[in-house]
Design a protein around this ligand. Structure first.
Ligand SMILES: *[C@@H]1O[C@H](CO)[C@@H](O)[C@H](O)[C@H]1NC(C)=O
Ligand SMILES: *[C@@H]1O[C@H](CO)[C@@H](O)[C@H](O)[C@H]1NC(C)=O
Ligand SMILES: *[C@@H]1O[C@H](CO)[C@@H](O)[C@H](O)[C@H]1NC(C)=O
Length: 416
């Protein structure tokens, strides 16, 4: 059950986090960008982030030194002439519908500046996933995050048009990552709620994934939501929204609002207590299934906890966690085995960070090699996961990720 859940999560995530469709480039001169030094931003927010990690939202007003140099409307123009795929989302007949930013993408024609201006005129929100591999200024933000926070990360960017109303842009939902929001232009209002009770069936099974509520047809009822806190983000502000906390946004700007979301991908790359528990059991040849429905809300959120801010994990704590999760259980790995698995995870985490750092270095959307580099990076991340499976003696996990590696290898072969 745990393994299946991990794999399902990971499959869903892969589409949003290592999707390569956003990365096609064409060959013209590289954009010239001066990127601000952002390491001080992360060293400033890191102590309070650590203290409040996955427990409460945080607002850091005016933290970015020169927010619009990170991303502004003309940054978008740097993509004109490339085959990068962005999205626009506009309100049609009361529902939000996504469409490609470049309507000629399928016919192989590059992005034109009129595509951008007309999307903004249509009141459409423009967005890019995997923006760390598209925009040099965002890749430099991602690199600072990797080196200061020591967590894998992925950035998306959202550009919302002028709007005088209090229109809700994105309905209330939860995400699978802890998110840092960087407001670079205009104003955006965020409302964040504490985690609602986990919806369960009559026989106590988890009915809806608590990490993707409000998506794919699920609507979070107002009755589930309590104690909202609202934040009005101005250029330079940073907001932290913990994993699983419902939130929604609205644009209240008389100018375009631009923000970046930097997701800390613990769930995606196997860096949660649940993964660590699974790995310890598998490594010791013990049964790793656990009934997640039976562990209670507190137990569930403990499982989802991101692991390994430096030096945090000790084998006695991991053992305590496993015993508390299954009080009836008799067979547990030895301290020595747990210690070895922690060491494996530390190495795994360093490897993931190393691969991402490589992906986010020398990004240039005008270089045709950009897409090759991004696909290769995604492949290498999946390879890290496959190797984690081998290291903890879980063949099913290894095989699942090797399938993805093979798909990526096929894509790379075609690109030669
Ligand atoms: C807009 O952003 C780019 C980086 O994407 C930066 O080079 C440029 O200086 C910024 N322009 C302004 C007016 O801040
Ligand atoms: C919006 O609704 C109207 C009336 O129901 C319909 O005629 C029209 O095709 C719809 N437009 C889109 C884009 O779905
Ligand atoms: C876009 O939004 C503005 C402000 O809410 C509104 O005045 C304008 O009519 C909208 N434009 C379109 C094309 O919907």
């Amino acid at each position: 059950m745990v393994l299946r859940q991990i794999l399902v999560l990971l499959l869903v995530l892969a589409t949003s986090c290592s999707s390569s469709s956003a990365l096609f480039g064409s060959s013209t001169s590289p954009p010239s960008v001066t990127t601000p030094d952002l390491s001080s931003v992360f060293s400033t927010l890191s102590p309070s982030l650590l203290r409040n990690f996955q427990s409460s939202p945080l607002h850091f007003p005016s933290l970015l030194p020169s927010p619009s140099s990170l991303f502004n409307l003309s940054t978008l123009d740097s993509l004109v002439g490339t085959h990068v795929s962005g999205h626009t989302t506009s309100r049609t007949n009361g529902t939000w519908l996504p469409s490609p930013l470049n309507p000629n993408q399928l016919s192989g024609l590059p992005l034109q500046s009129s595509h951008i201006t007309s999307a903004l005129k249509r009141n459409s929100t423009i967005s890019f996933n995997t923006a760390s591999s598209l925009f040099p200024s965002i890749s430099s933000l991602s690199l600072s995050s990797l080196s200061e926070l020591r967590y894998p990360c992925n950035v998306n960017v959202y550009i919302s048009p002028v709007n005088d109303g209090e229109e809700s842009v994105v309905p209330v939902h939860t995400d699978r990552q802890d998110v840092l929001i960087f407001q670079t232009e205009g104003i955006k209002k965020w409302t964040v709620y504490p985690r609602p009770l986990i919806p369960r069936t009559s026989n106590n099974k988890i009915k809806l994934n608590p990490l993707s509520r409000g998506k794919a047809g699920d609507v979070i009822s107002p009755l589930e939501l309590t104690s909202p806190t609202s934040y009005t983000l101005k250029p330079g502000d940073v907001l932290y929204v913990p994993l699983g906390f419902p939130h929604h946004t609205s644009t209240v700007s008389r100018t375009e609002s631009i923000h970046l979301t930097l997701g800390l991908d613990t769930v995606v790359w196997g860096l949660t207590l649940m993964h660590l528990r699974w790995a310890c059991m598998s490594f010791s040849g013990l049964k790793y299934d656990v009934d997640m429905g039976g562990v209670g809300d507190e137990g569930y959120w403990k499982c989802m906890k991101g692991i390994m801010f430096e030096g945090e994990e000790r084998e006695e704590d991991v053992e305590k966690f496993m015993r508390e999760l299954e009080p009836e259980r008799k067979d547990f790995p030895s301290r020595k085995e747990i210690k070895e698995v922690i060491r494996i995870f530390q190495k795994h985490k360093e490897k993931i960070i190393e691969v991402q750092a490589k992906m986010y270095t020398n990004v240039n959307p005008h270089d045709p090699e950009n897409i090759v580099k991004a696909v290769r990076g995604g492949r290498d991340l999946d390879m890290c996961m496959a190797e984690l499976g081998t290291a903890v003696k879980c063949k099913a996990f290894y095989e699942e990720y090797m399938k993805k590696v093979e798909v990526a290898d096929g894509q790379l072969e075609k690109m030669k």
